[in-house]
Design a protein around this ligand. Structure first.
Ligand code: ZN
Length: 131
């Protein structure tokens, strides 16, 4: 399952968090896990969770100090990605953002309601601890 990347080489991003969010969305959709190799004020290098895969996204400041995508290796050379699914789905930051997008969370919102929303919108079953 190699779905098309959400961005292209040379694409510009207004903020590092935008790039990060798009990678997270992609990882959930395509069921893979990534990690941050380098992240500082000038650059961000995202690679696959384990070394057997060549998947990689690298962005850095261009001459105009814009965040520009420089390297995009969207092809997975890994196997056994299924074992990563649970890990990706339970990623705290992804869950938090999805919940905020779809739900006005009040003090009265139950964990069960949050889980139902995720199930409805993404077909995802999460465990209680993660939600
Ligand atoms: Zn891979």
């Amino acid at each position: 399952m190699n779905s098309p990347p959400p961005f292209q080489v040379n694409e510009l991003f207004r903020d590092w968090s935008v790039l990060r969010a798009q990678i997270e969305e992609w990882a959930v959709k395509d069921r893979f896990a990534f990690k941050v190799r380098i992240k500082d004020s000038q650059r961000a290098d995202y690679i696959y969770r384990t070394p057997e895969c060549q998947w990689r996204v690298f962005a850095s400041h261009n001459r105009n100090k814009e965040i520009q995508l420089k390297i995009l290796k969207e092809r997975h050379t890994c196997i056994g990605r299924a074992s990563m699914i649970r890990e990706v789905y339970n990623s705290q930051s992804w869950l938090r953002r999805k919940v905020l997008q779809h739900l006005f969370v009040t003090r009265n919102t139950t964990t069960r309601q949050i889980i139902d929303i995720l199930q409805l919108n993404y077909g995802i079953t999460v465990n209680i601890e993660a939600a």
